[in-house]
Design a protein around this ligand. Structure first.
Ligand SMILES: Nc1ncnc2c1ncn2[C@@H]1O[C@H](COP(=O)(O)OP(=O)(O)OP(=O)(O)O)[C@@H](O)[C@H]1O
Ligand SMILES: [Mg+2]
Length: 602
């Protein structure tokens, strides 16, 4: 489980970030539904402009039938108005129907891409990123994007066109009144510009904080036993409160910004409309303006109120969408593990069989550049069919060494070969079919016992392989579970004991009869009797694989043909258990510390 790291960084380049350029990166996802989206936007523009015809009908009514006291004409006008309103409503409904399905398709597609990418990113990436940050990108951010495509994207266009058409209509009615209405345009635009810059900054902050909060929730749920066991629920709750208070503060900053721009955008046009009303009324009294024109003018102005008022939050939503896009592509831009093999430059042919480390050096990618490497000058040869135990003090680099073989991490320098072939020259798929692993912390997925174990085998493997693996790993308890090997385990199923989980993980490692087996301390959680039974069964498996087994207890070490001692990142001794016991003080110390006698030769 990745640890929490400080991931809430101040947005790096809000100033020169262009929301439009960021949002344009969504185009590949939008492309397949572009026709529908453009049609929907066109329909919405049409609907909105239909609304603008209503004032013109009003003008005709006021100056025509109303002035002439012609009731039939008034009824006709009312009918026109009703039809126009109906058409507008129908068109907006059509728009909604047009966009709903494709947009949820886009969201689902982007989420699938993110998930696929996460699977392909190297372990080093996952070491670096807090899981909550990834979770929030896959959920909240994608939801923001869908909402943006559904609403602000279309309506920024629709409202823009509506305002333009409305202003032209008003200018045509009476250009002096039109200019009065246009007065606030410049201050409103300046406010929008300033607002947008500030809002981008706060939106980024808020979305990062949501990610941090998600991480805390996730860790609290996964670590609930430790939190309760150590009575840490108060401090955990405090950490949560702290983060959610920060987030609330940021959300309030967003709200304040939104309130400010809303105030400006609503007030200024309102004042302008008031001024136009007074001016227009005076002109009508003078007789220089017809009452109908004034009615049409004012109802156009009022019809434009919603498009203008909404600009503030449309811009806000667009900024949030730009931030979400940025956060989404931060993950998508990370380079995945190279899927294809690099052709091998020098192959040693068949001479060099088995598993071999050639002058391997390794440093974690996020370690400081000048820190000593975790592994240094590792030269180790495990002959075909041989099993080698790896022994070393805690923190000496055993887990790190085993992770290099299936290329969970890349060697910093040197080479690892399997039967003479450099592992970097194989495709990852081929490599991982050749090497099976079981780690210290056995992970089970929310699936049946059988599926969890068969994950380690080819797709064609069936019940026979499953039963063999279960019996090798002494995991026959699986047959006695409520639904046998179909019993659901993992987070969404039955909880198993540590030893039971370890045995299933071991079964997963051996089920595919791998040529190479890498086991990181696979027997640590077993009681002495089960361990002895597993060892007895493993002996058969080890007979025909080449294996590297991290071991702490002499009984496990004795399974192996030879032992390598890892001491502070270097292999300091290789030999049989008894040779090393005699000749190497560190080894003798490590083995005696476990409290088990090594008198039997088995
Ligand atoms: N993902 C990582 N990023 C950076 N450093 C790491 C990472 N994982 C382990 N280390 C460091 O590498 C060193 C070796 O760790 P490793 O897990 O390989 O030890 P180990 O021999 O398996 O110990 P143990 O017997 O306790 O399992 C440690 O000092 C550890 O701090
Ligand atoms: Mg370890």
């Amino acid at each position: 489980m990745p640890t929490t790291r400080a991931t809430t960084k101040e947005p790096p380049k809000t100033g020169d970030r262009s929301a439009v350029r960021t949002l344009l990166r969504l185009w590949p996802y939008v492309r397949p539904v572009r026709v529908r989206l453009f049609t929907a936007a066109f329909v919405a523009v049409l609907a909105s402009c239909t609304g603008l015809v209503i004032p013109l009908v009003l003008k005709w009514m006021v100056d025509g039938p109303v002035a002439d006291r012609d009731p039939a004409g008034v009824w006709l006008g009312a009918l026109y108005l009703l039809l126009l309103g109906l058409a507008e409503a129908l068109l907006f409904g059509l728009r909604r129907w047009l966009v709903a399905r494709p947009l949820s398709g886009i969201e689902a597609g982007m989420r699938a891409d993110l998930y696929r990418h996460l699977q392909r990113l190297p372990v080093a990436f996952h070491d670096r990123w807090a899981s909550g940050q990834l979770l929030s990108r896959g959920t909240t951010d994608l939801m923001l994007l869908r909402m943006f495509l559904a609403f602000p994207l279309t309506f920024l266009l629709v409202n823009g066109v509506t305002i333009l058409v409305g202003v032209v209509i008003m200018l045509l009615q009476d250009w002096t009144l039109g200019l009065v209405i246009l007065g606030p345009a410049v201050p409103v635009m300046v406010t929008c510009l300033i607002f947008e810059r500030r809002y981008a900054h706060v939106a980024r902050l808020a979305q990062d904080q949501v990610g941090d909060l998600t991480t805390v929730v996730e860790e609290s749920v996964l670590g609930i036993r430790i939190i309760k066991g150590f009575g840490r629920h108060r401090s955990q709750a405090r950490a949560f409160r702290e983060l959610s208070r920060t987030l609330r503060g940021t959300e309030l900053r967003k709200a304040r910004l939104l309130a400010t721009i809303w105030g400006v955008i609503v007030t200024l046009p309102e004042v302008a409309i008031g001024a136009a009303l007074v001016l227009g009324a005076v002109q009508v009294a003078d007789g220089s303006l017809s009452a109908g024109t004034l009615v049409a003018f004012l109802s156009t102005a009022l019809a434009l109120r919603w498009p203008v008022d909404s600009i503030g939050f449309l811009l806000a939503m667009s900024q949030e969408a730009a931030t979400a896009t940025e956060r989404y592509f931060e993950v998508m831009d990370e380079a995945p593990e190279e899927p294809t093999a690099v052709p091998s430059t020098d192959s040693t042919g068949g001479k060099d069989n088995g598993l071999r480390f050639h002058d391997v050096r390794f440093r974690y990618p996020d370690a400081p550049y000048d820190s000593p490497p975790v592994l240094d000058r590792i030269d180790l040869h495990i002959r075909p069919g041989e099993s080698m135990a790896l022994v070393g003090a805690t923190g000496s680099g055993k887990t790190t060494l085993t992770a290099l073989v299936p290329r969970l991490h890349e060697v910093t320098s040197g080479r690892i070969t399997l039967d003479g072939e450099d592992i970097t020259a194989m495709s990852r798929e081929a490599l991982r079919a050749l090497v099976a692993v079981a780690f210290e912390e056995p992970t089970l997925f929310s699936a049946s016992v059988g599926d969890n174990v068969l994950m380690g085998a080819a797709d064609s493997a069936g019940a026979a392989e499953l039963n063999r693996a279960l019996s090798v790993a002494q995991a026959d308890f699986a047959h006695a579970l409520p639904q046998g090997t179909d019993t659901q385990v993992g987070e969404q199923g039955l909880s198993l004991s540590g030893g039971q989980r370890q045995r299933l993980a071991l079964a997963r490692a051996v089920v595919g009869r791998p040529r190479f087996l890498v086991l990181d301390d696979p027997l640590s959680a077993l009681d002495v009797h089960t361990e002895a039974a597993v060892e007895a069964a493993l002996r058969d498996v080890l007979a025909d694989t080449t294996a590297l087994i991290v071991a702490h207890r002499p009984s496990t070490v004795l399974l192996a043909d030879r032992v390598a001692l890892l001491s502070r990142g270097r292999i300091t001794a290789v030999g049989t258990h008894h040779e090393l016991l005699r000749s190497n003080a560190e080894y003798a110390h490590l083995m005696s510390g476990t409290g088990e006698a090594e008198e039997d030769d088995r």
